[in-house]
Design a protein around this ligand. Structure first.
Ligand SMILES: [Mg+2]
Length: 166
């Protein structure tokens, strides 16, 4: 079975749209790294996760991936605070108890926490995929609409099932 890592923000839940809206409302410039980091450190993730929509039926799509028995499935997510880690784990444990959650501190690349070699990463951020491929992993970009970009793209998570034979 192949190792399959799935990103959370922008792939499972649309948390970034919501937080960017709030940053705008608070008048925080997204380029002001210090203020943005502080905002994320203090964010109430329980509330955010409750109020945020899942993307393209992602929870059920991941259940289908698990049922295919082709992959060892992990959620690989960057976190800014312990609160964020706790609330993401609680949410995922409730909806996808069969899946392991790997939380990565924002300051560290995902490739330094898990071994990308021959493993698959589904992520909405090209930077993560680029890094992943550099370390001999297989990167797939999750997109809302096909972009015909530099990486293989999917719009629904279960599409990964037919991309691999074993
Ligand atoms: Mg993401």
């Amino acid at each position: 079975m192949k190792q399959l890592y799935i990103d959370f923000d922008g792939v499972i839940q649309d948390t970034m749209t919501k937080t960017y809206e709030e940053l705008d409302k608070k008048g925080i410039d997204r380029k002001d790294q210090e203020k943005v980091t502080e905002y994320f450190r203090n964010l109430d993730w329980k509330k955010l996760i409750e109020e945020t929509d899942v993307i393209n039926d992602s929870i059920n799509e991941i259940k289908k991936i698990c049922e295919s028995k082709k992959f060892n499935v992990y959620i690989l997510t960057h976190i800014n605070s312990t609160n964020e880690m706790i609330e993401k784990i609680k949410y995922l444990h409730k909806h996808l108890p069969q899946v392991t959650v790997v939380s990565v501190p924002k300051e560290i690349p995902k490739t330094e926490v898990v071994n990308p070699s021959a493993a698959i990463l589904i992520d909405d951020y090209s930077g993560n995929i680029k890094e992943w491929q550099k370390k001999l992993g297989i990167g797939i970009k999750f997109v809302r609409e096909l972009e015909n970009g530099d990486y293989p793209e999917i719009t629904r998570l279960s599409q990964v099932i037919d991309m691999f034979n074993q």
